[in-house]
Design a protein. Structure first.
Length: 268
């Protein structure tokens, strides 16, 4: 686990996470369409505070939400739908989690970027139904007219100095031989209204801009810089954000050399 990944174990980051925009409803329609096996059990890895797990739970038989951050799980339990009887939470790295499959679907948000992929896939593959798919869901605001000014502020304060805008976590996993990618889709864009203050807090929910990484005076300067970049575009302190999600799915594979991988080769 890198130092930046450990940021998600801060209570303030878990609290700020609620200000991230919700997934469009179309995401859940597409996830349900990818479940073709019984039982309709779902494994949500790197679940955070349950932005996927909580809305999905009422529509399936059971969801196991796994995250290594105790503050994230605690926040998820308190948020709407977090106490459903068919939603089980577990504080654990996914590679050592206690799994209760078989699962007909595995979901992962952007946090899959931080996971040790070989160990993760070796852990989950033996617990899948025959046609189970792994779906990586990435989402956020697009076409923000203030982005040029905002990026300047972020670059001054971000703890992540080697950001590669062209990096694709799905392509990286596929290139490791861990995913037979079979489909991708983008949702229709939806409008999400958010106050400038909540937008700033959402930025503090990221690994590189958490308040805990900044001295108080720097955090204040960051907030002021972001507010100045957003102010010309806000109406009565509220922004109209355009939200889009991208789903990528396929059959997860065990790393070469593992027992499950060898068994698949023997049966081929």
């Amino acid at each position: 686990m890198t130092e930046l990944a450990a940021t998600f174990q801060q209570e303030a980051v878990a609290e700020a996470y609620q200000h991230r925009p919700p997934y469009p409803d179309e995401v859940f329609e597409r996830l349900l369409a990818l479940i073709t096996d019984e039982p309709r059990r779902v494994l949500d890895i790197g679940a955070g505070e349950g932005a996927i797990a909580r809305p999905l739970a009422p529509r399936v038989e059971h969801v196991d939400a796994i995250d290594f951050s105790a503050p994230m799980v605690a926040a998820g339990r308190q948020r709407p739908g977090g106490d459903r009887p068919n939603l089980s939470w577990q504080v654990s790295p996914i590679e050592t989690a206690d799994l209760d499959g078989p699962y007909a679907l595995v979901t992962a948000g952007a946090s899959i970027h931080w996971m040790p992929w070989e160990e993760t896939f070796a852990r989950i593959v033996p617990h899948l139904t025959p046609n189970a798919q792994l779906v990586v869901v990435e989402h956020g605001a697009v076409d923000e007219p203030w982005s040029a000014e905002l990026v300047k502020v972020i670059e001054r304060h971000s703890r992540k100095k080697n950001y590669d805008p062209g990096f694709s976590v799905v392509d990286a996993i596929r290139d490791r031989g861990l995913l037979d990618l079979s489909g991708t889709a983008r949702t229709e864009r939806v409008v999400h209204r958010q106050t400038v203050a909540d937008y700033i807090e959402r930025l503090h929910s990221t690994s590189s801009l958490a308040r805990g990484l900044m001295p108080a005076d720097e955090a204040a300067a960051f907030d002021a810089g972001v507010e100045a970049a957003l102010r010309p575009y806000a109406k009565d302190g509220v922004l109209d954000l355009t939200i889009e999600a991208e789903l990528s799915w396929g059959r997860p594979k065990s790393p070469p050399g593992t027992a499950d991988s060898a068994a698949r080769e023997d049966s081929a």
